[in-house]
Design a protein around this ligand. Sequence first.
Ligand SMILES: Cc1cc2nc3c(=O)[nH]c(=O)nc-3n(C[C@H](O)[C@H](O)[C@H](O)COP(=O)(O)O)c2cc1C
Ligand SMILES: [Fe+2]
Ligand SMILES: [Fe+2]
Length: 474
Amino acid sequence: MNEESVCLRSAYADEAKDRVRVVKTENSVCAKKVVDRICAVKTEDCVCAKKVVDRSCEVKTEGSVCVKAAGSRTCAEPAGANRKGIRMSEQFISDNIRYIGCDDKDIDLFESQYVVPNGVSYNSYLILDDKIAIMDTVDRRRSDEWKNNLTAALDGRKPDYLVISHLEPDHAGTIGQVLELYPEITVVCSVKAAQLLPEYYDPAGHPMITVKEGETLSLGAHTLQFFMAPMVHWPEVMVTYEQKEKVLFSADGFGKFGTLDTEEDWISEARRYYINIVGKYGAQVQKLLAKAATLDIRMICPLHGPVLKDDLGYYIGKYDTWSSYRPEDRGVVVAYASIHGNTAGAAKYLAEKLTQFGEEHVELMDICRCDMATAVENAFRYDRMVLAASSYDAGVFLPMEDFLIHLRHKTYRNRKVALVENGTWAPAAKKTMTGYLKAMKGIEIVEPSLTIQGAVKAADYKVLDEIAKAVHEA
Ligand SMILES: Cc1cc2nc3c(=O)[nH]c(=O)nc-3n(C[C@H](O)[C@H](O)[C@H](O)COP(=O)(O)O)c2cc1C
Ligand SMILES: [Fe+2]
Ligand SMILES: [Fe+2]
């Protein structure tokens, strides 16, 4: 054990006890796992470890619910749901379809907002046949490494096609260099991508094929078939089905945070990725799933995370649940934003009560300090939530408002929510929180609610007991 881990353990001792107590029915070794994970990262990659440890240390004086948040991602899934991270060596697809993507372990924030403690992979593939197709490129952060992978896989040959599924720079960042290296290469993309491509690169002089729904392109023995997937994540997105080996190149769909050598459940980081990155576009994902259902798919090759080879129904089932906004598990998120700690105390008491009632999944989240993307993920994962917040300038304390704005943006819906507010002179948090919730689809407010004024009093604890019971029975 190193210095950082000792520091984390002692600094978080009290909070960790709370946390483990609350989540113990799920997996009591969570805290240990998380701390070990942080240490492990350090030995692997100093820059990255420092970032992770700093992130934790930043919040240590106030208690680390952040570590809890990360911990919840490593908690055990229901039996049978475990899907471990898949190592680079297992990215083998076939003799003719090669993985040429790259891991990025030192990115600070993915899309400038998501913490990725285990980095991210930018996947790219090469299909070797009479004709050769490059399936997307990588972020320019990894251009050199990718070009080396490409050259090695090409083994002296020249690529004929560059298939662009998605123009977002985490995949399209190296297109310009490909066009320079291979002036005769033919770009293959959707009509919308062809319209948007000049916003990033000048394709003048390059042959281009724009493909429409269901159209095919023969490479020899392999045939690519294209299906449009607008807004799964950007408007120009398409997926490609390779008919011979029955491989779906799924663009951002079925992706996951974390580099390919990360040992972690697929589900934890795939869910946080999906809910936060694609979550708003459930209807479009449903349309894509309907198209996928007509294909015989043996393997899914996404643009992030491991290639999915076995038990594809499991992954497709998760996408169906998430994109239809159904709760995935029965459980309660107790999310609190407390200025001076009184509301925090009430939230912890409530979480404890819920656990005593036999709730197996209770996620206590300090919205002021935890990873926002994990809070959003958990809100979508479970069927019930309690929001507890201080009043602030005739409204709700801003971190809670930020959380609600995130939920609104991702079109949070079809859940049951109870409310606790605190205010010293003119409580206003509940009214503001209710305003947000009423504007969302299918939100049922669970009664009673509670208004605390300053410190939590004996009468308040009685109402908290009632709220816990009502939420448990909801
Ligand atoms: C900048 C600021 C603005 C506040 N605005 C209000 C307010 O509009 N109405 C109110 O009743 N209390 C207001 N409060 C008091 C908090 O809501 C107070 O912290 C709360 O009653 C106690 O809960 P806590 O310990 O969880 O923060 C404000 C406090 C601060 C620091
Ligand atoms: Fe994307
Ligand atoms: Fe992406």
